[in-house]
Design a protein around this ligand. Structure first.
Ligand code: SAH
Ligand code: SF4
Ligand code: F3S
Length: 480
C-alpha cells in the first residue's frame, strides 16, 4: 500500500521514531500471521501509538475467533481501519481510503468492512449512514465484543458498539505483535484522558483515564524480554498521571515506581515512555530516569504554545514559566544531552503575531531535538469549538506553521551537530531505508543513527562514532 502522507504533519523521522510518540500520524498495515486459520483479517492503523497498540489487541481477539492476519487486502475476509480523529485531515484520509477499499469490496462482495478507533467513537452510528460500505463500527473500549459483532454482520446485519468504559484496560489480553520489528514493542499502561485540553477530541473518543494493573504490565514486559525484545515503550496520553492501586489497598504504584519495576527486569532492556504532560511530570520520574542506565534519556514533552494566554485558552493548566521550570529541571537532573521533543499547534483561536513569536522564542530556549507540528484544526464538540472562534485565516496558520517548522529545523540541526564526534550506543532496528549494507537504529535520545553494517544485525547494541548529521539523522561508524 502506498504510504498516506498527512501534509499538516511534517517531520524528518523514521516510522519507528514517529510511532514511539503518542502524537504520531502515520499509517501501519499489520504483517502476515499465517497459522492456518480459515479467515483472514487485514488491519490498517492510523493516528497514534495507542491505536497501533490497540490493533495488536484486536488481532489477538480476532485470532481467538479464527482469523489470521494478512498484509494483502485482496486476500481479506474482514478489513478494519483503526482510525484517528485528532484533526479533520486524519478523518478525511480515512474517508478517501474507504473509497479505495470499495474497489476491493466490489470484487469480493462478502468482504466485511469495519471502522474501529476514535472516528468510530466520535461519529458512532452515523458513520453507517455516511459511508455505505461500512458494516461495523466499534469504539476503543468495545473490542472484546468483536466476536459478537462479527457474528451479527455474518448474519446479514450492520453492527455498532461504541460504549466507553471506566474500567477496560485489556490487561489480560496478550497482544499479537504485528506492528513490531521484533526489537521494540509498545505496552499500553493506561487508557483515556481526563485533561480536557480545549482543542482536543481525545477525551471524547477515548473516555476517562484509567491505569492498568501494574503486575500485568510488568508481566507483559517480562514476556517480551523472554522473546528477545530489547526495547519497550510504555504508552499513555499522560503517563505521569499513571496511578494504580491493588483492590485490597495494600499496594499503590505511581509512574516513577512503574518505570523502576520495568527497568529492573533486565539491564539489556531499553525502557521508553510517551507522552509526558508538563503539568504532571515529577522530579521523582526524572531521578528514576537518572538512576537507571536502561531508561532512555529522552522525553516527549508537548508544549503546544509558548504563550501563557494561549496555554490558558487551551486549558493546558500550565504557563510558559512552569514549562520552562520543567525543562530546567530536566536539564539540571539529566544533563544537557537528554533529548526533548514537543508538539506544537500554530494559529490557535485568537493567537496574535506576538503570541506566535512566544512559541518561536520558547523553541529557541528549549532547543528541541524534534517536534510534531500542526496548524489548529477545529474539532466538533471540543471546548474550543463550543466557546472560541476559529478566527485565524488558513494562510496565516500555514505561514506560522512554516515558521515553527523552520525554527525546528534549526534547533534539530544544532542539537544533532552536538552529537558529532561522540560515541553513541545504538540499538539496531533495521536495515537503512537506502541500502541493505547499512543499518539503522536509535541512540538513547531517540535519534536515528545510520552506519555500515559490518557484522552487526538487528537487535544488537552497537557503539557508533558519529561523524556527520542531517536535520533528522546521525551518520557514523561502528567502533568495537
Ligand atoms: N496526550 C498528548 C497529545 C495527544 S494528541 C499530549 O497531551 O501531549 C497529539 C497532538 O496532536 C497534540 O499534542 C497536539 O499538538 C495535536 N492536536 C490535538 N488536537 C489538535 C487540533 N484540534 N488541531 C491541531 N492539532 C491538534
Ligand atoms: Fe488531548 Fe490534552 Fe489529553 Fe493530550 S492531555 S490527549 S492533548 S486532552
Ligand atoms: Fe490517537 Fe488519534 Fe485517537 S491521536 S487517541 S488515534 S484521535
Amino acid at each position: 500500500m502506498d504510504p498516506i502522507v498527512d501534509l499538516d504533519f511534517i517531520d524528518n523521522r523514521t516510522p519507528e521514531q514517529a510511532t514511539a510518540s503518542a502524537a504520531a500520524c502515520d499509517t501501519h498495515v499489520t504483517k502476515d500471521n499465517n497459522t492456518g486459520k480459515s479467515r483472514k483479517l487485514y488491519i490498517e492503523s492510523y493516528g497514534c501509538a495507542m491505536n497501533f497498540s490497540d490493533s495488536e489487541i484486536v488481532s489477538s481477539i480476532m485470532f481467538e475467533q479464527g482469523f489470521d492476519t494478512t498484509s494483502d487486502i485482496a486476500q481479506a475476509d474482514v478489513v478494519f481501519l483503526n482510525t484517528c480523529s485528532i484533526r479533520e485531515k486524519a478523518e478525511q484520509t480515512v474517508r478517501n481510503r474507504l473509497g479505495q477499499i470499495n474497489y476491493h469490496k466490489r470484487k469480493k462482495p462478502g468482504m466485511v468492512i469495519g471502522i474501529l478507533g476514535c472516528m468510530a467513537e466520535r461519529l458512532k452510528k452515523s458513520l453507517l449512514e455516511e459511508e455505505k460500505i461500512v458494516d461495523l463500527v466499534v469504539g476503543p473500549d468495545a473490542y472484546r465484543d468483536l466476536p459478537n459483532l462479527i457474528n451479527e454482520v455474518d448474519g446479514g446485519q450492520k453492527a455498532v458498539n461504541v460504549l466507553l468504559s471506566r474500567e477496560e484496560t485489556y490487561a489480560d489480553i496478550n497482544p499479537i505483535r504485528l506492528n513490531s520489528n521484533g526489537v521494540s514493542a509498545f505496552i499500553s499502561i493506561m487508557r483515556g484522558c481526563d485533561n480536557m485540553c480545549s482543542f482536543c477530541v481525545v477525551p471524547f473518543t477515548r473516555g476517562r483515564e484509567r491505569s492498568r494493573d501494574a503486575h500485568s504490565i510488568v508481566r507483559e514486559a517480562e514476556a517480551l524480554v523472554a522473546q528477545g525484545y530489547k526495547e519497550v515503550t510504555l504508552l499513555g496520553q499522560n503517563v505521569d498521571s499513571y496511578k494504580w492501586a491493588s483492590e485490597d489497598g495494600t499496594e499503590s504504584v505511581n509512574f516513577a515506581q512503574l518505570l523502576e519495576r520495568v527497568a529492573l527486569l533486565s539491564p539489556d532492556l531499553r525502557v521508553r515512555f510517551s507522552t509526558s504532560h508538563p503539568k504532571d511530570i515529577t522530579d521523582e520520574v526524572l531521578y528514576t530516569m537518572k538512576k537507571y542506565d536502561n531508561i532512555c534519556k529522552y522525553i516527549h514533552l508537548p508544549v503546544q504554545s509558548g504563550n501563557s494566554r494561549i496555554l490558558e485558552l487551551m486549558n493546558r493548566t500550565y504557563d510558559r514559566a512552569w514549562y520552562i521550570n520543567r525543562v530546567d529541571a530536566i536539564r539540571s537532573i539529566l544533563g544537557e544531552d537528554c533529548g526533548i521533543s514537543s508538539d506544537m499547534i500554530a494559529g490557535f483561536c485568537t493567537e496574535t503575531e506576538e503570541e506566535h513569536q512566544d512559541t518561536l522564542s520558547l523553541m529557541e530556549y528549549v532547543q528541541y531535538d524534534y517536534s510534531y507540528m500542526f496548524f489548529y484544526s477545529e474539532r466538533p464538540g471540543t471546548l474550543a469549538a463550543r466557546k472560541l472562534e476559529d478566527d485565524i485565516p488558513l494562510e496565516v496558520k500555514k505561514r506560522r506553521l512554516d515558521e515553527i517548522i523552520n525554527k525546528q529545523r534549526e534547533t534539530s540541526l544544532a542539537r544533532n551537530k552536538r552529537d558529532i564526534g561522540k560515541v553513541h550506543r545504538v540499538l539496531v532496528e533495521n536495515f537503512s531505508k537506502k541500502s541493505d549494507q547499512q543499518l539503522s537504529g536509535r541512540n538513547d535520545q531517540n535519534k536515528v543513527v545510520i552506519f555500515d553494517k559490518k557484522h552487526y544485525k538487528k537487535g544488537d547494541y552497537v557503539n557508533v562514532f558519529v561523524h556527520d548529521c542531517s536535520v533528522g539523522t546521525l551518520f557514523g561508524e561502528a567502533v568495537d
